[in-house]
Design a protein around this ligand. Structure first.
Ligand SMILES: Nc1ncnc2c1ncn2[C@@H]1O[C@H](COP(=O)(O)OP(=O)(O)OP(=O)(O)O)[C@@H](O)[C@H]1O
Length: 222
């Protein structure tokens, strides 16, 4: 079963001679539960593609269907709920709230939705990510790799169907990068999630079931 179906997708920024064709005709289907990596040079459209799948960008043309929903049919409000319930975002710079403890950061998306944590699930996630001893600490007390694990836990806590990771290992050394990407892969497998990860790193891209390469807003290689 496909969880993402993208047809004839174009995303242009700006108008006239300075218009940028960030995505210029993408057709892509992603099967549920698979791990897809997206590679390509800087400016090739990777982030634009990820953000369009996540409902952060509206396509200029074409359709994006995620888990049976055509995103163009949702209102702004429905899109916000869609993102909160269906998508877990992991960014390069973690975006943890410095004033909140690791526990509070991880539970933050649930608080936004007025839901209560599933304590058993929470314990399972933090154990898998090695955060058991870190819950009462603040983000600055953890290494970069540790903070990224907390960001992954935060992305997982709402049990989203899809994890979108944009250069999640961006500034890490080779070993930490392997660890963080390996943990993302392992948690996605454990919780039967679809994982879509942008990376510059060929070795990490190989961890995926499937890899697509973008150039100038098109898929050039698979
Ligand atoms: N909000 C925006 N407004 C205008 N142009 C944008 C915007 N976002 C992206 N672009 C342009 O669209 C093109 C694709 O950008 P995108 O960030 O998707 O590429 P990328 O492959 O993710 O690059 P990187 O690896 O450097 O993050 C670039 O030319 C970029 O300058």
């Amino acid at each position: 079963m496909d969880i993402v179906t993208i047809s004839k997708l174009k995303k242009y920024f700006g108008e006239g001679p300075r218009q940028v064709k960030a995505l210029d005709g993408i057709d892509l289907t992603i099967e549920k539960g698979r791990f897809l990596s997206i590679v390509g040079a800087s400016g090739s459209g990777k982030t634009t593609l990820l953000n369009t799948i996540g409902g952060l960008y509206e396509p200029t043309e074409g359709t994006v269907i995620v888990d049976g929903t055509d995103l163009s049919e949702l209102t702004e409000e429905q899109l916000t709920v869609f993102r909160r319930r269906k998508i877990g975002f992991v960014f390069q710079d973690y975006n943890l709230v410095p004033e909140l403890t690791i526990r509070e950061n991880i539970l933050f998306p649930l608080a936004m939705d007025d839901s209560r944590p599933d304590e058993v699930f929470f314990r399972k996630i933090i154990h898998l990510l090695g955060l058991d001893e870190r819950l009462n600490q603040y983000p600055h007390m953890l290494s970069g790799g540790g903070q990224q694990c907390a960001a992954i836990a935060r992305a997982l806590i709402t049990k989203p169907a899809i994890i979108l990771a944009d250069e999640p290992t961006g500034s890490f050394d080779a070993r930490t990068s392997q660890n963080v990407a390996g943990l993302l892969k392992m948690t996605a497998e454990t919780f039967h999630q679809t994982l879509i990860m942008i990376t510059h790193n060929q070795e990490l891209a190989q961890l995926a079931d499937r890899m697509v390469r973008l150039r100038d807003g098109r898929i050039v290689d698979e």
